[in-house]
Design a binder for this molecule. Structure first.
Ligand code: HEC
Length: 105
């Protein structure tokens, strides 16, 4: 018996999505508390020249962190932020972006 095409496609899609790993928000939380909260605040509200991260979506945070990691300036205080992004891995960025966007409103 031939397998109907829709089953083949559904199986392929399921397997494909299993390969894409979900971000680990609890790892993001630990990383944030250790490396980010001292400037951006425990709930991401920011203070003085440290910008608020509240209400930002994951794509925005990811793109900003990748830009800083690459050593590129964004605003007038990028020199304070670039060293903090320099050692982040792709996983760190995904986990941080998920944690920040899901918890700081
Ligand atoms: C030494 C203080 C300091 C630490 C620690 C720090 N940041 Fe920042 N962050 C800043 C400053 C200052 C800016 C604004 C930089 C600019 O003007 O481009 C910034 C900008 C950002 C932005 C962009 C905000 C916007 O509105 O576009 C994100 C996202 C961010 N930081 C996330 C993080 C994360 C995640 C960590 C922890 C890995 C972290 N920061 C650690 C000081 C810090």
């Amino acid at each position: 018996m031939k397998t109907p095409l829709f089953i083949v496609i559904a199986t392929a899609l399921t397997m494909g999505s299993a390969i894409v790993q979900a971000a680990d928000t609890s790892a993001g939380k630990t990383k944030y508390a250790d490396s980010c909260a001292q400037c951006h605040g425990p709930t991401g509200k920011g203070m003085a020249s440290f910008p608020s991260l509240a209400g930002r979506d994951a794509d925005y945070i990811t793109s900003r962190l990748e830009t800083y990691r690459a050593g590129e300036k964004v605003g007038s205080n990028s020199a304070l932020m670039i060293p903090n992004a320099a050692d982040l891995s792709d996983d760190d960025i995904a986990n941080l972006a998920a944690y920040i966007s899901e918890n700081f409103q």
